[in-house]
Design a protein around this ligand. Structure first.
Ligand code: HEM
Length: 516
């Protein structure tokens, strides 16, 4: 046997017996000094880290982003000095993770649920994360509501049983979500695979050019493989046989060298209030109309390498909206700011204080920081600079120094407003929901009504009434069809058992002893 094939402990000791624990006699009892067994079992006991509080079910791959050097017909430098976009044909390595939102780590990938679309680019200026979803909008526009929304979308905390009433109870009191619900209950609510879905940054960011001038920007990923969605019936059929079809599809396509690609587009808007629009440009429940704000291609992403180890490469990957590089900035979008706190906060809990030292999360350029210690600190002592005694800044004695050269902050607006907790002044909760409904093809509309009616028929009548009212506000026909759909479903349900219909055969008298 070759040396490299020999099993060792984590201390590097060869393991001679990996089958039997040490006991007094061959039947037991066991002894406490059995180091190999205790190390093995106690490490196993700690194998799982907390799953993500949202987006727990996911998969991902590595690849690269390649620049076009332009944003549409303009040189991209007109809008941003971010080096990750400059020049044509430049490649930046990346990791991407796709996910569902509400389900647990091993839940079916056929859920009617938005899909996460997170990308971490290891740029020459440090990491850039774009943490998006497949749909281009979101349910809520204020971060304050996120924990309640997620509680409502997950199972009943007492019984652990999911029920659509929870989601619609919340949604019926949150009219800003009607647009997102319209997409989610249409066939766009269940992407067929991760390879065949779009991605979007959803929130509004800023791009900053060399002169410090900023524009608002929205990002969109468009799959070159085309877009494919599942109807509820399709999804049910897939789920009956496979709860990991999307992970399998992505992994096997890369294995076959059919590398999935997405083109990255941006929409650009001058920074400002834009009184001419009937919505707030920072409101993430709204689409920016394509005719006014055309999609400008800026590059493409190719995924060409599967993870070597799912836990190391994907489960421990940490994406966040605060991870921007020079040439990018936050917009005033208050939802984005709420998100930005939440990601790194949860990652310190989920993975640990030093999560940024893990290979998948660390930038590909050198890190020189005085942020030190904490559990599992793995900084390389050789990288502590010329004077390893100085772990503070500023200093005349050594240590790391601030970058020289002109600091080039983006031009920021001057604010003149009182501190307040208040909703935005242009909510327009129904306008785009109605437009989206009218733009669906006939079959998509039928699916939408059918899916909504199915879910709403199981809800309290007060919730049904409130939802019909919201849909009517969006489009009269939309409300009318949902109402008729619910009535129809209730008729069909009348007489049928309320309990879930679970088949099973009686096994008769136990042949295996009482109680088995
Ligand atoms: C994951 C918070 C809105 C996309 C997460 C996680 C948290 C979180 C705590 C788990 C992160 C981890 O454990 O690593 C929030 C809050 C939001 C919000 C507080 C609103 C205020 C959104 C929106 C999008 C989005 C609007 C889409 C644009 C994602 C994605 C992931 C994620 C894709 C999974 C990232 C991964 O693959 O690791 N979010 N989120 N979230 N969120 Fe959000």
């Amino acid at each position: 046997m070759e040396e490299r094939e020999i099993l060792t402990t984590r201390q590097g000791h060869p393991v001679q017996d990996n089958q039997n624990i040490r006991t007094i006699g061959d039947r037991g009892p066991a002894t406490l000094e059995n180091y190999h067994f205790i190390e093995k079992i106690s490490h196993f006991d700690r194998e799982e880290i907390p799953e993500r509080v949202v987006h727990a079910r996911g998969s991902g791959a590595f690849g690269y982003f390649e620049t076009y050097g332009k944003a549409g017909n303009e040189p991209v430098e007109k809008y941003t000095r971010a080096k990750v976009f400059s020049g044509a044909g430049k490649r930046t390595p990346l990791v991407a993770r796709f996910s569902t939102v509400a389900g647990a780590k091993d839940s079916p990938e056929t859920a009617r649920d938005p899909r996460g679309f997170a990308v971490k680019m290891y740029t020459e200026d440090g990491n850039w994360d774009l943490v998006g979803n497949n749909l281009k909008i979101f349910f809520i526009r204020d971060a304050m509501k996120f924990p309640d929304m997620i509680h409502a979308f997950k199972a009943d905390p007492a019984s652990n049983i999911p029920h659509p009433q929870r989601m619609f109870d919340f949604v019926s009191r949150s009219p800003e979500s009607i647009h997102m619900i319209t997409f989610l209950f249409s066939p766009w609510g269940i992407p067929a695979t991760y390879r065949h879905m779009q991605g979007s940054g959803v929130n509004t960011y800023k791009w900053v050019n060399d002169k410090g001038e900023a524009v608002l920007v929205k990002y969109h990923w468009e799959p070159k493989q085309g877009i494919r969605n599942l109807t509820q019936e399709d999804a049910d059929a897939v789920q009956a046989k496979n709860v990991a079809h999307a992970t399998q599809d992505l992994s096997e396509a890369i294995e076959r060298k059919e590398y999935p690609e997405w083109e990255l587009f941006v929409q650009i808007m001058e920074d400002g209030y834009h009184p001419e629009l009937d919505f707030d440009p920072l409101d993430n429940t709204k689409l920016w109309p394509e005719e006014q704000f055309p999609w400008l291609p800026v590059g493409k992403m190719v995924l060409d390498r599967n993870p070597d180890d799912f836990h190391m490469d994907i489960e421990q990957a940490a994406f966040g909206t605060g991870v921007l590089v020079d040439g990018m900035d936050f917009s005033d979008d208050k939802m984005l700011q709420g998100r930005t706190f939440s990601y790194s906060d949860t990652q310190r809990h989920r993975i640990g204080t030093n999560y940024l030292q893990l290979p998948v999360n660390a930038p590909k350029r050198e890190v020189r920081t005085n942020q030190q210690r904490g559990q599992m600190d793995q900084r390389d002592a050789n990288e502590s600079g010329d004077n390893p005694h100085i772990n503070y800044e500023p200093s005349m004695l050594g240590g790391f120094r601030e970058a020289t050269g002109e600091s080039r902050p983006p031009h920021r607006p001057t604010y003149n407003a009182a501190a307040m907790s208040a909703p935005i002044d242009r909510p327009n909760n129904y306008g785009q929901a109605g437009e989206t409904f009218r733009q669906f093809e006939e079959w998509e509309r039928e699916e939408l009504i059918n899916n909504l009616s199915d879910a709403l028929a199981a809800c309290d009548v007060r919730i049904q009434k409130a939802m019909i009212e919201h849909f009517t506000q969006a489009d009269y026909e939309y409300g009318r069809l949902v109402q008729a759909g619910i009535e129809q479903k209730i008729k069909e349900l009348e007489g049928s058992a309320a309990e879930p219909n679970i088949p099973g055969r009686e096994s008769g008298q136990s042949k295996f002893g009482q109680g088995t």
